[in-house]
Design a protein around this ligand. Structure first.
Ligand code: PLP
Length: 461
């Protein structure tokens, strides 16, 4: 007889393969309602135990219609990746091994897999080899990690030890960003007690003018590698030298855009970004590693370590090893390095470049294909994997409402999943392609679905 763990894992394998096998034929969006999912999943908590197999089978049955097909090839609403095979399998092993990857001593192989991954990532992404790194839950926490190091460093330069004295009474840090920063930046600043950033026009003259006004103030400049709607890049070669002249810390949000560095065709977009002080990116977007996986890199390893490290007599520290706790905001943590390690080895340099280039080509084909249908308009032609389209109401002037209805119709059809945004005052449909599974066949299928929807008119609201 198999033991209960083996039975449960075999059921999970069975259900997983069935789910992945049916992805292409299944609706991309949810088909079960909020009420249905609540009714099925929010059960009375049993007084006694249940067999593991029953728990797993019921979890799958009760979740039916409530699992979005974002790991498949036709999800374009947000920058959401899938999971390449070796990384998905490594992620399962991570749970089976169940290491506490807080320090080397509690998961030696996990620590070394992170060490290897960190070095490979720096090489792929064009980040200086001397930079320190941390594998965190996502770009949100990568911002927190990088900006904690920034906060420590810019205050240290003013003779203020933030670890010792906190922020009360500290010199006020000036934070400058472009207009279109991602919301995770504001949340990171809020968590670190730094308040809001001041939005300026991120062009050389504007930046220099602001810095000149208070040249000695501790300052952090936030730049974008891949703006969330358009994928646009700040002009790093011009901006970073100016920021450096005023001793400002430059942090780059490259959640997905930093991956352009892995493509010989697109690498030029990141020219100059290597001279920043910190960089944040994701594994669970363009690298196609399962959630949750982001990466923080900091040029000044000493500042990074000073802002995170901690020692306790009950912990074991091997002086030659890398303890993740010295670089990460968590204490106990999942050994998330295995999935990254596996993805990087499975794909290799050329495999990663191929995913990046193919996603960009597919995004371009989708935007131009949908945009050329009668009644559609391209608002942003992709330079990387991001584009914007809107739909013009033949019956009247309310194109915003019409665009939202078009998006709702395609999602309801189950053929693809898109989302909207308001960009330069206009409602648009975002097109993000970052999944390794998306093919030309998917692109043609989705353009055909839009063609049908636009010519048939939308169902009544
Ligand atoms: C997704 C994204 C983030 C946030 O990353 P998470 O992995 O969701 O924490 C930050 N910046 C940009 C530009 C993004 O696209």
């Amino acid at each position: 007889m198999q033991d209960e763990t083996a039975v449960a894992l075999n059921r999970a394998l069975h259900h997983s393969l069935e789910f992945l096998g049916k992805l292409d034929g299944a609706p991309v969006g949810a088909t079960a309602s909020l009420q249905t999912l609540r009714k099925r999943l929010v059960k009375r908590l049993e007084d006694g135990p249940l067999p593991a197999q029953q728990v797993i089978d019921e979890l799958v049955a009760d979740s039916a219609g409530g699992i979005i097909g974002c790991t498949g090839g036709r999800f374009y609403a947000w920058v959401v990746g899938g999971a390449v095979p070796a990384s998905l399998a490594a992620d399962w092993l991570t749970s089976a091994w169940d290491q506490n990857a807080g320090i080397y001593a509690s998961g030696p192989a996990a620590a070394i897999a992170e060490e290897a991954s960190g070095a490979w990532l720096k090489d792929l992404l064009g980040i200086p080899a001397e930079a320190s790194f941390a594998l965190v839950t996502g770009c949100q926490l990568a911002h927190v990690t990088c900006l904690a190091a920034a906060r420590y460093s810019v205050l240290k330069a003013q003779g203020w030890d933030v670890n010792e004295h906190g922020l009360s009474g500290a010199p006020a840090i000036r934070i400058l960003s472009g207009e279109d920063r991602h919301g995770s930046i504001e949340r990171a600043l809020r968590l670190l007690g730094l308040g809001k950033s001041t939005a300026i026009e991120m062009q050389p003259e504007a930046l220099e003018a602001v810095l000149q006004r208070q040249p000695d103030r501790p300052t952090i400049v936030l730049l974008q590698a891949g703006e969330l709607n358009t994928g646009a890049y700040d002009p790093f070669t011009k901006l970073i030298p100016i920021a450096r002249k005023y001793n400002a810390w430059v942090h780059v949000d490259g959640a997905f855009g930093l991956w352009a560095a892995a493509s010989p065709r697109l690498r030029h977009l990141l020219r100059g970004a290597e001279s920043a002080y910190s960089w944040a990116t994701d594994g669970h977007k363009w690298l196609n590693v399962p959630y949750d996986c982001g990466y923080a890199f900091v040029r000044d390893a000493t500042a990074h370590r000073a802002s995170m490290s901690h020692r306790e007599s009950y912990l074991i520290h091997d002086e030659d090893a890398r303890d993740q706790m010295d670089w990460n905001p968590e204490w106990s943590r999942r050994a998330r390095g295995f999935a990254t390690y596996a993805a990087l080895r499975e794909l290799g340099r050329s495999g990663i470049a191929e995913i990046v280039d193919r996603c960009c080509a597919n995004a371009h084909a989708l935007v131009m294909g949908i945009g050329s249908l009668p009644g559609a308009e391209v608002l942003w032609e992709p330079t990387i994997n991001q584009g914007l389209v809107r739909f013009l109401d033949p019956a009247g002037p309310d194109h915003d409402r019409y665009t939202d209805r078009a998006i709702a119709s395609i999602v309801a059809s189950g053929e693809a999943f898109f989302g909207g945004c308001t960009w330069r005052g206009k409602r648009c449909m975002r097109v993000s392609v970052s999944n390794w599974r998306t093919t030309q066949v998917d692109v043609d299928r989705v353009i055909a679905a839009f063609s049908r929807i636009l010519s048939a008119g939308f169902p009544a609201e």
